[in-house]
Design a protein around this ligand. Structure first.
Ligand SMILES: [Zn+2]
Ligand SMILES: [Zn+2]
Length: 432
C-alpha cells in the first residue's frame, strides 16, 4: 500500500466517520430489506433517501421518472462524479429465514399481487450510497468538486435509467466527468471485481404468440395445433447457439415460459413462449435475434399456420461496457486502498444492467464493478467442496442473503474511494 497515494489519504479521512454511522446504516438496511418495492413504485424508499439527503445539505430533486431521486453536493472547483444505486425489488417470496426477511407484497403493472423481496441486493446498493453521501458531506475538507448521488427506479425491467434520462436528467444535474456504480454479487464479501471493457451482457426478452386453430382433442385433423408448433419451436431455438454461433463467442438462448391450453382434450387457438437472449457483442446479438425470428416464422410456415406469429419485446438491455481509463483509475485506487488480495478483476458476467443508459444519456465515461456479498467462510467451504453453484444462492434466488458485514462497509469504502480517485486534491504536476 502506498501511504502517499492522494486518493487513499483522502479516503482515510472521509472514512474515519464510518464506525460512527455503521449501526444506523445496518438498521436502515434491515428496514429497507423488510420493505421492498417493485419497479417505479419505490415511493417509501425514495422518500427516506430524499429526506436524508436534504438533512445532509444536498440539493435534492425528487420524482424524476416517478420515483427517481438525485442529490447534488457542490464543494468547490473540481471534477463532477456521479454515483448510482438502483432501488427496486423483485416479485419473489423470500426464503432466507433472516430475522429481517420481507413478508411484504406488491402489485405489478398488470394489477397482480406478488410477495416481494430485495432478491437482487438493490437494498445493499441504496444503503451503501446513502452511507457514502453522508460521509462525503461530513468530510468536505478532504475533497474538491461536485458529488451527484443518483437513486434509480426500475432497473429489473431495464427501463428505469432510460426513463430518468428521458425525464430531463441532463438538465437537472451538472454534467459528470464520470459515472460510477456497483452491484452486489455472490462472491466473498470484502472483495471487489473490476473489469475494463464489456462487463455485463446485452439482454433481450421477447414474447412470441403462435396462432393455430383450436378444436376437439379427438379430431386434430380439423385443427392446427399450436402446442406442437410451440414445442417444435422451443427445441429448434436451442440450435441457434449450438449450430449458428462460434464456440468462441458466448451467447445464451433460454425459453423461460410456455403457456397454452386449458385441458387435455381441447386443442387451443394459440400458444405463447417467452424467451431471453444474452450476448456480449452487437453482431452476435443481431445474429441471434434474426435467427430466432427466422426459426419462429419458419416453424409456423412448416406447420401451415395461416396467421403470422406475433413478436413483442418485453425488455432490452445493452451491454454494460466499462471505459478503459476510468476503470484503470478505479482499479488502481481499490488496489492502493484495499490491497491486491481484495481488489480483483473479473471476466464478463452474463447478467445485464441498465446502468449504461445513464452515462450514455449524460455523455460521460463510466465504470461499474462487482461487490462481494457472500459470507467468505461459506463461500470458501463450498469452493473447496466444488458446490458453489448448489450451495451459494445467487441474485434473484429466494435465498439470496448478503451478509451485513463486511458487505456494507466494503460497499461504502468502495464508493468513497472510487469517487476520490477524481475528487481527492492532487499535487500540482507540470504535465496537463
Ligand atoms: Zn436483478
Ligand atoms: Zn440487480
Amino acid at each position: 500500500m502506498n501511504d502517499k497515494d492522494p486518493t487513499t489519504v483522502a479516503a482515510d479521512a472521509v472514512l474515519a466517520g464510518l464506525s460512527d454511522i455503521r449501526d444506523s446504516l445496518e438498521s436502515f438496511y434491515k428496514d429497507l430489506h423488510q420493505h421492498p418495492e417493485l419497479g417505479f413504485q419505490e415511493r417509501r424508499t425514495a422518500g427516506h433517501v430524499a429526506q436524508a439527503l436534504n438533512e445532509w445539505g444536498y440539493e435534492v430533486t425528487e420524482g424524476i421518472a416517478g420515483t427517481g431521486v438525485v442529490g447534488v453536493l457542490h464543494n468547490g472547483e473540481g471534477p463532477t462524479v456521479l454515483l448510482r444505486a438502483d432501488m427496486d425489488a423483485l416479485p419473489v417470496r423470500e426464503q432466507t429465514e433472516l430475522s429481517y426477511a420481507s413478508t411484504d407484497t406488491g402489485t405489478d403493472a398488470d394489477g397482480v399481487e406478488h410477495p416481494v423481496m430485495h432478491a437482487c441486493g438493490h437494498d445493499v446498493h441504496v444503503t451503501c450510497l446513502l452511507g457514502t453521501a453522508r460521509l462525503m458531506a461530513a468530510g468536505t475538507d478532504a475533497w474538491r468538486g461536485t458529488l451527484v448521488v443518483l437513486f434509480q427506479p426500475n432497473e429489473e425491467n431495464g427501463s428505469g435509467a432510460r426513463a430518468m434520462v428521458d425525464d430531463g436528467l441532463a438538465r437537472r444535474i451538472p454534467r459528470p466527468d464520470v459515472a460510477l456504480g456497483q452491484h452486489v454479487l455472490p462472491v466473498p464479501a470484502g472483495t471487489l471485481l473490476t473489469r475494463a471493457g464489456v462487463m455485463m451482457a446485452a439482454s433481450d426478452s421477447l414474447r412470441v404468440t403462435f396462432h393455430g386453430r383450436g378444436g376437439h382433442g379427438s379430431m386434430p385433423e380439423r385443427t392446427l395445433d399450436p402446442v406442437v408448433l410451440a414445442a417444435a419451436t422451443v427445441l429448434r431455438l436451442q440450435t441457434v447457439v449450438s449450430r449458428e454461433i462460434s464456440a468462441a463467442t458466448p451467447a445464451v438462448v433460454t425459453v423461460g415460459a410456455i403457456h397454452a391450453g386449458s385441458g387435455p382434450n381441447i386443442i387451443p387457438d394459440s400458444a405463447e413462449i417467452q424467451l431471453n437472449i444474452r450476448t456480449f457483442e452487437q453482431e452476435t446479438r443481431s445474429r441471434v435475434l434474426a435467427a430466432v425470428r427466422r426459426i419462429v416464422v419458419g416453424e409456423c410456415a412448416t406447420a401451415g399456420a395461416d396467421r403470422e406469429p406475433e413478436f413483442e419485446t418485453l425488455s432490452e438491455f445493452s451491454v454494460t461496457e466499462n471505459d478503459e481509463e476510468a476503470t484503470g483509475r478505479v482499479a488502481a485506487a481499490f488496489a492502493a486502498y484495499f490491497g491486491e488480495d481484495r481488489a480483483l478483476t473479473t471476466g464478463p458476467v452474463p447478467a445485464s444492467e441498465d446502468f449504461g443508459e445513464l452515462p450514455a444519456g449524460l455523455g460521460c465515461p463510466s465504470t461499474y464493478w462487482g461487490l462481494g456479498g457472500t459470507d467468505p467462510d461459506a463461500y470458501w467451504k463450498a469452493e473447496r467442496a466444488g458446490t458453489v453453484h448448489q450451495d451459494i444462492p445467487g441474485n434473484h434466488s429466494p435465498r439470496f442473503a448478503p451478509v451485513l458485514q463486511p458487505t456494507l462497509d466494503t460497499g461504502v469504502r468502495a464508493l468513497v474511494t472510487a469517487s476520490l480517485a477524481w475528487l481527492a486534491p492532487r499535487p500540482r504536476t507540470t504535465e496537463g
